[in-house]
Design a binder for this molecule. Sequence first.
Ligand SMILES: [Zn+2]
Length: 493
Amino acid sequence: MSVIYIPREDGTYDKVPVTPENTQRYIQSMPLYAEDDDPSFWSQGKIRAMQDEMFKRQMEWVWDGHDYYKRAFAANGIEPGDLQTIDDLEKLPLTYKKDYMAEPESFKLKPSNPTLYDWVFEVTYTTGSTTGVPTAFWNTIHDAHGIWQMIFRGIKLGGFPPYARGINLFPLGPVPHIGFFRARDIGIMGLGSMNMFGCTGMTYPEFPVHRTMDYAMDLIERGRAEVWLGIASFIRRLIMKAEEQGRDFSATKHIQALGEACPKGMRDDMRQRLMNMGAEDPFISNSYGFTEMQGAMPECTDFSGCHNPAPNLYFFEVVDEETGKRLPDGERGLLTITHLNRRGTVLLRYVIGDLGALTHETCPHCGRNVERSIIAVGSTYATRTSELVNLKGTLINPEILRDEVANTPGVKEYQIIFTKKDLTDPYSADELVVKVAPMEGFDSTRVEKDVVAKLITAVEMKAKVEFVPMEEIYDPTVALKAYRVLDMRPKDL
Ligand SMILES: [Zn+2]
C-alpha cells in the first residue's frame, strides 16, 4: 500500500498510511499546502455553488466569442441566460471528438475584449484519434496559470514526496504526449522538486537530440530518482531491463504510470521488480488523464478512485450513451468534461471517449469531497467506448480480457488479437488469440491453462495462446506504448 511522506527537519521522511488525519498532517507540515484554500476539501454543496458561479461566467464568455457553441445554442433554441447553473447543462447536446476535430478553430474562444492573458501560451495536440491526425488544443496565458494551479494541487493530492528528485520519462515525440508537458510542469510546481528528463522518443536525424533508454536508467540510478512520470508500458519495460542489468533503483518512491490502464497485476509486477532493485514498497499510481483536461485525476492511494484535482476548472459528468442524460453515481456511462474557466479551447459536455463511473462521496482515504472516477472494469478506471467488439456474435469488452490476462501469474507481456480462422476468407469464424511472453521460471503449459480458463469464465470464449518473445509484442524503441488489443479482422463486413 502507498504511504504519504511527511518531511522531517533532518531531510528524512515520516512514512504514514493514507488516512484523512495523515493527509491533514501532510498538508499542515508544508506552509504552501497549508495556506492553499483547496476546494477539494470544501463541502459538496460549496463545491457545487462555486461550480455554478464559474459555469455562469464561462457561458458569458462563450456567448461573447465561441463560434461553435453559439451555433449549437441557436440550433437548439437556447437563448442567452438559459444556461445559468450546472444543472442547465442537460439542455445542451453532447460534443463528440469528431465535432471538435472537424473545426478545432471554432472551439477556440475569440473574446471581444482580449487582454494579455488571452494570448496563446502553448498548443498541445490530442492524439490517438482514429484518423491519426492530431487536433490542436490552445492554452492561453490565463489557461496556463489555471493548469499550474491544478498541477500544484494534483501533486498534493497524489501525495508526492516533497523535496524529491523527479524524472520525466515521457518521450520527446514529434507531437509530444500531453504527459511530457505536464510532467515538465510538475517539475516546476512541485515543492522543492528537482527534475531530470529521459529524452527518449522517435529520433529526428536532422537534430539528434534524443537519448536512449539506458541513459534514462543511468539518470534514475546515478541521479537517485524518487518520483517517476511516464507511460505505463514504457516504465515497466525500463524496469524489466534495469532488473536484468542489476541496477540500483533503491531511491524510487512514487511512480505515476500514465497514458493507459495499469491494472493490479501490472502494478504488483512493477513493484516487486523495483523492490528486487532495492526500493522500499514504492507506490505505483495510475492517474486518469487526457489532453482535454490538460492533466490527470490522481489517486490518493492504490485504487482510491481518480479525484478531480480542479473542481474550479472542470465539471465531470457520466451520461447515458443513448439519451445524453446525466447518470447517478456508480452507474457506468460516457464520461464527459465541461470546462468552467478557460479562455483558449473551450469544450462543454465533451465526450472523452471512455466509459466510466463517478462518485461524489467523501473519499474514505484522504477526506476530499470532489468527484472521483471509480473502478469501471476489473481493476481499471475506464474502458474505451470504441473498443467494444463483436466477437463470434457476442459483444465483449476487451478491457475485461486485458484485466484477466494482465493479472494471470507468469504473464510478462501480452497482446490480445481478434482474428479469423482464415484471414483470406472474411466469412470464416472469428478467433481469439492471446500472445504471451512468459516470465522466467514459470511453466508455460500452466500459464496457457490459466489464461484459457480465465477467459472462458470472463467472456465465455476459448482463446488460442501463442508464446512469443516480448519484443514481438512491444518494442519501446519503436512504439509509444504497448498495443494490448488488436483487431486484425477485415473491415467493412
Ligand atoms: Zn482520496
